[in-house]
Design a protein around this ligand. Structure first.
Ligand code: ADP
Ligand code: MG
Length: 349
């Protein structure tokens, strides 16, 4: 599906491991004072004045990404986003990343340059320093592991465990778009297999395809909440779908939850694409995943501070644990939330 825009192919063997690392990382600048030593020694050194948060994620070809429709530059960008999202979900500021890479010899240098162009763009836009990593070969495919480091004041770090009954449940942005973007890309891949001359017109789906291929972590939300003087009581990022993230908050905070179907924010493209694919848009928001929005709880007293903000939607409230976690449908029936996909969910209907 992707045209080969870069016909030049330089074999990785020509550079050797150290030449490769130097080549890929030479244009990265250190931006943070807290980075004392970045790439080039046995270990990086940093000096945080506050508490440090650290998170790591694996992305594996064929499991987490498909290079037939994922441009490598986007993959590099997304791999950074996935990690930064976890840092922001702690209400922390992301400061440093490491990138570990295993690649088979089917990838030329030019492919890794593309990947690192995406990593460089993400590092610039999100203001993080690349301070190290590891590079090795794989017998098949590509594996990327990124670790992100951040810092935050002790009293500002937001855990999954702080939600109280009656707290409001709030989500940033809108949900389900990344999943529907993936459905469109998968469909076009099948069409392409049958007819390789058919270049798909993805323009009607540009929002949802972009949400799948180039997600943005919500750095702005932690900053916004600080401006509004709101400290969330609990927070998590939405990587696996709203339903499973709500259940994490409930379990860790020992509370229940009522989620209101009519409040779930959906982009119009998600609604029309769900109609086209004959999928229930609520199920997509609940189980779709990869939205990388933030889900958090606030004290009811803070409601006035966030009211009317276009980035934030109140979608429910927390309850006593004995009440359990439920979706309140548009028809005002209550369905128990489950972490699984919609098949098991449907059997509850
Ligand atoms: P060592 O053998 O001591 O583990 P390496 O030769 O693997 O060191 O790495 C040399 C330096 O390059 C280290 O600072 C390491 O963190 C950095 N590095 C290695 N691979 C990458 C990569 N893919 N991206 C960024 N930095 C890397
Ligand atoms: Mg090493």
């Amino acid at each position: 599906m992707l045209e080969d825009k870069n016909p030049q192919r330089t074999s990785l063997e020509k550079l050797g491991e150290f030449g490769l690392i130097d080549h890929l990382t030479k244009n990265f600048e250190i931006k943070h004072k807290s980075t004392l030593k970045g790439i080039g020694d046995d270990a990086a050194v940093f000096d945080h004045k506050q508490q440090t948060v650290l998170t790591t994620d694996f992305l594996i070809e064929g499991v987490h990404f498909d290079l037939s429709y994922m441009p490598l530059k986007h993959l590099g960008y997304k791999a950074v986003m996935v990690n930064l999202s976890d840092v922001y979900a702690m209400n922390a500021k992301a400061t440093q990343i490491t990138v570990s890479l295993a690649v088979s010899n089917r990838f030329p240098l030019e492919a890794l340059e593309e990947l690192y162009a995406g990593i460089a763009l993400a590092s610039k836009v999100y203001n993080v320093d690349l301070i190290g990593g590891d590079t090795t070969t794989s017998t098949s495919g590509m594996l990327i592991s990124i670790t992100a480091v951040g810092e935050a004041k002790k009293e500002e770090i937001t855990y999954r465990s702080g939600a109280k009954p009656n707290d409001l449940l709030v989500v940033s942005g809108d949900l389900g778009a990344a999943y529907m973007g993936l459905q469109v890309l998968e469909r076009e891949k099948e069409v392409f297999k049958v007819n390789p001359n058919n270049q798909p017109d993805l323009s009607p789906y540009s929002y949802i395809v972009e949400r799948q291929l180039k997600p943005e972590a919500r750095k702005d939300i932690a900053e916004l909440l600080k401006q509004l003087d709101v400290l969330p009581t609990a927070m998590i990022d939405i990587s696996d779908g709203l339903s499973s993230e709500i259940l994490h908050l409930c379990k860790n905070s020992k509370v229940g939850c009522n989620l209101f179907e009519e409040k779930i924010p959906l982009d119009p493209t998600v609604i029309t694409t769900c109609e086209e694919f004959n999928i229930d848009s609520t199920m997509v928001a609940l189980s779709g995943g990869e939205d990388y929005e933030l889900l958090f709880t606030i004290a009811q007293n803070d409601f006035d501070k966030i009211k009317g903000n276009p980035n934030l939607t109140v979608i429910g409230h927390m309850t006593e644990p004995s009440e359990g976690a439920h979706l309140v449908t548009r028809a005002n029936t209550k369905i128990e939330l489950t972490a699984q996909g919609w098949n098991s969910f449907k059997s509850n209907d």
